[in-house]
Design a protein around this ligand. Structure first.
Ligand SMILES: Cc1cc2nc3c(=O)[nH]c(=O)nc-3n(C[C@H](O)[C@H](O)[C@H](O)COP(=O)(O)OP(=O)(O)OC[C@H]3O[C@@H](n4cnc5c(N)ncnc54)[C@H](O)[C@@H]3O)c2cc1C
Ligand SMILES: Cc1cc2nc3c(=O)[nH]c(=O)nc-3n(C[C@H](O)[C@H](O)[C@H](O)COP(=O)(O)O)c2cc1C
Ligand code: SF4
Length: 657
């Protein structure tokens, strides 16, 4: 397999062609690498990747910060912990790399309500020109002066010295995502009229000077990677210019190019792929951009962004579209991706479904990353989170009721520990609400979660009984030592006049489950949360005329931007009408009466779909409390949440038995 064959970057041999992309994890503390971080990266190195690229090391804190609490490399005091990290990575045969980064104008994010620039700790960010990054909350930066440019270049070079002293084998220079280097390169952000702006030659000057200075410190043979965007928005570099930039980077001494895309703001633009392509984006969505760059260089070109399946990764290499595959999120979900590929265990890979929820979502919130399907992220070094087998005498008979993510994960964790597990599910298939969640357009990838769980259930010999609806008597008769209720939630039925009397009112869950076809043409959806919007898209795709009514000023407030914007754009394209700050007062047989800004209006409707959430309604729990030896309740039937809550809680239950 080409994927597992060695490759050289400069003179350095890499054991295979899978490298871990840099990902800011928010595990750092006051700029220092933490033990938690070392354990996180060590696990990925152990899992077999050729190179681990450690997330952005900021060369100039706080002006160059990419997050509230990034890894710092602007002072020698950080070297000892960086060294500990690189040693931990190298112990497993992976090469250790670190990305050197300055966020430029992207550091200027207002994250607090009082307008404080939390990322730069109150300072106005610097950029080639005084143009704000076009993302809500970004401030106008200050144009960096020529003498400051020299200082920043010096900071890059001092950071490279520290990286080498700390034992890193490779340095990646962050020229992508419209951070400072990318801003200088792009006419989209760089409007300077001095020697650093204007022609391509001038726009490249800053990056080339950085490379020259870094080389003077690390030596000409030390392997440098440049990460760059393969695509820029209107007004930015063309594909030909991007290819030319790559060619000149090679001439300057760069030994490999890592192709990426995106920079937040473009999420607003149609057909522009973000840095972390969301669920629904085709696999290998930027491979063509790598191909473009490959035409300009002879050094290895790496590509990723939704390359998730080994067969697909291999096909990219076989077709010579790229030389190396970068994996980011798939390694958060499954650190052992490469090892499983090497062992031919493709079906055992825990799939990243590109939901962005636990990873990107948490980074944006300023909290440490996690993963909806991997509860061990950030806990790799913690013994208490290992599913250690129990002694034979402690083995228990466990009954899990409900085959959604909470029940499936609880069953898997419990069986992994050696207990004898039986799972009852009232439907004829496993998956719970995920079966409905994967129905709307662009959500199909969620089926991989079900496939993964099913495979684990088989491997662990968990006895599954489908079409079996549990009741109190059946549970008592089963005589389990432990019963885990994972029954899911029930739709909330709001108290709206006419809701009970009118037969053309449907709950979103029932509608998705039963695929009603006779609901008419004009549909009003009550509730503009994620489920309401996705149901709207599902109906619009079927040619329905849809209006969404939302009480709050904004729809789907909790959705991660990367996933929300493509959905909102698609709804817009379908002509779905979204009314925020609007209350449904009454449902009539052919319409709904709404109130907006104190004014009442009538909206015609053949059917009404209610999507205002689920509630935990769990009669079985109270009935079983005193009749089974040990009872747990988990997932939506305990507290409505999402797949992350269901899986993480299910996992924890397994540890407690
Ligand atoms: C349209 C839609 C889209 C969604 N999209 C997302 C998303 O993108 N990301 C995300 O994180 N979350 C999403 N969610 C939410 C997510 O699906 C749920 O939070 C999650 O499935 C809850 O898991 P659970 O195991 O607790 O319950 P469920 O998944 O609801 O599973 C409960 C299971 O228990 C079974 N059951 C109930 N009673 C009995 C009984 N007496 N005997 C036997 N079996 C029984 C049910 O048949 C069901 O299979 C979405 C939800 C919906 C409706
Ligand atoms: C949580 C998270 C943080 C990221 N931080 C960085 C970063 O610091 N620097 C960078 O160049 N890319 C960063 N990225 C982008 C990834 O390196 C990668 O390009 C992207 O996730 C797409 O690849 P994937 O589909 O394999 O995840 C980040 C991605 C994620 C998910
Ligand atoms: S949270 Fe979602 S996107 Fe992020 S790593 Fe996990 S599965 Fe992938």
């Amino acid at each position: 397999m080409k994927l597992l064959s060695p490759i050289e970057i400069g003179n350095l041999e890499i054991k295979n062609r899978v490298i871990m992309s840099p990902m800011t994890c928010n595990f750092a503390k006051d700029g220092f690498i933490t033990e938690q971080m070392i354990d996180f990266y060590k696990e990925r190195a152990k899992g077999g990747v050729g190179i681990v690229i450690v997330e952005d090391g900021i060369v100039d804190v706080p002006l160059g910060n990419n997050a509230k609490n990034p890894v710092a490399i602007d002072d020698d005091k950080y070297i000892p912990m960086l060294k500990k990290l690189s040693s931990a990575i190298k112990k497993y045969g992976a090469k250790a790399a670190i990305q050197l980064s300055h966020a430029g104008r992207r550091a200027g994010r207002v994250t607090l309500e009082n307008g404080y620039l939390e990322v730069t700790r109150g300072q106005i960010p610097v950029a080639p020109s005084m143009i704000a990054h076009p993302f809500p909350g970004q401030v106008t930066p200050r144009e960096v002066r020529e003498e400051e440019i020299e200082e920043i270049i010096e900071k890059f070079s001092q950071a490279s010295r520290r990286a080498v002293e700390a034992g890193f084998d490779i340095i990646s220079i962050h020229c992508a995502h419209m951070y400072l280097c990318g801003e200088f390169l792009s006419p989209w952000a760089n409007k300077r009229q001095d020697k650093y702006g204007g022609s391509l030659e001038n726009r490249m000057r800053f990056v080339l000077e950085v490379i020259e200075k870094v080389k003077s410190i690390v030596g000409i043979n030390y392997p440098l990677i440049a990460r760059m965007n393969g695509q820029e928005p209107e007004g930015g570099n063309s594909l030909l210019e991007i290819r030319e930039i790559a060619r000149r980077l090679q001439l300057a001494g760069i030994k490999a190019i890592s192709v990426s895309v995106g920079f937040g703001a473009v999420l607003y633009e149609k057909n522009f792929i973000p840095a972390e392509a969301p669920i629904g984006t085709p696999e290998g969505c930027i491979v063509n951009l790598a191909e473009n760059i490959k035409r300009g260089v002879t050094i290895p070109v790496a590509v990723g962004n939704k390359v998730r399946h080994p067969e697909f990764a291999e096909s990219i290499l076989q077709r010579n579209q790229a030389d190396i595959i970068t994996l980011g999120r798939p390694l958060i979900t499954d650190p052992y991706w490469v090892q499983k590929v090497a062992e031919g265990r493709y079906q055992d890979i825990r799939p990243c479904v590109s939901c962005c929820y636990g990873c990107v979502g948490n980074v944006l919130k300023g909290t440490p990353i996690t993963c909806i399907l991997n509860p061990l992220v950030g806990k790799e070094g913690k013994k208490e989170f290992k599913c250690a087998p129990v002694n034979k005498k402690d083995e228990k008979k466990v009954l899990v009721i409900g085959g959604g993510p909470a029940g499936l994960q609880a069953a898997i964790s419990t069986a992994t520990r050696g207990h004898k597990v039986t799972l009852w599910e009232r439907e004829r298939e496993l998956g719970g609400t995920i079966i409905l969640a994967k129905k709307p357009p662009r959500k199909q990838e969620l089926h991989e979660i079900i496939d993964y769980f099913k495979n684990r259930i088989d491997q662990l010999n968990i006895q599954v009984e489908l079409g079996k609806e549990a009741n109190e008597k059946m549970i008592k008769n089963f005589k389990a030592d432990v019963v885990i209720l994972a029954l899911g939630g029930n739709s909330i039925k709001p108290d709206i006049e006419g809701i009970k009397e009118n037969k053309h009112v449907y709950w979103a869950l029932d509608l998705l489950r039963d695929d009603y076809t006779d609901i008419g043409q004009k549909i009003v959806i009550i509730g503009g949360g994620e489920v309401g919007l996705e149901t709207a898209e599902w109906l619009a795709e079927r040619g329905k005329t849809v209006t969404v009514i939302e009480l709050l000023p904004e729809v789907a407030r909790d959705m991660v931007h990367a996933v929300k914007f493509p959905l909102v754009i698609s709804l817009n394209d379908y002509g779905v009408r979204i009314l925020t700050n609007t209350r449904v007062k009454e449902i009539k047989f052919d319409s709904v009466i709404i109130e907006r800004n104190g004014i009442e209006k009538v909206i015609e409707a053949d059917s009404i779909v209610v999507a205002v959430g689920v509630k935990a309604e769990n009669e079985l729990e109270s009935r079983l409390k005193d009749v089974v030896p040990k009872l747990f309740c988990v997932g939506d039937c305990k507290k409505p949440g999402n797949i992350l809550d269901a899986v993480h809680e299910g996992f924890k239950i397994g540890l407690q038995i």
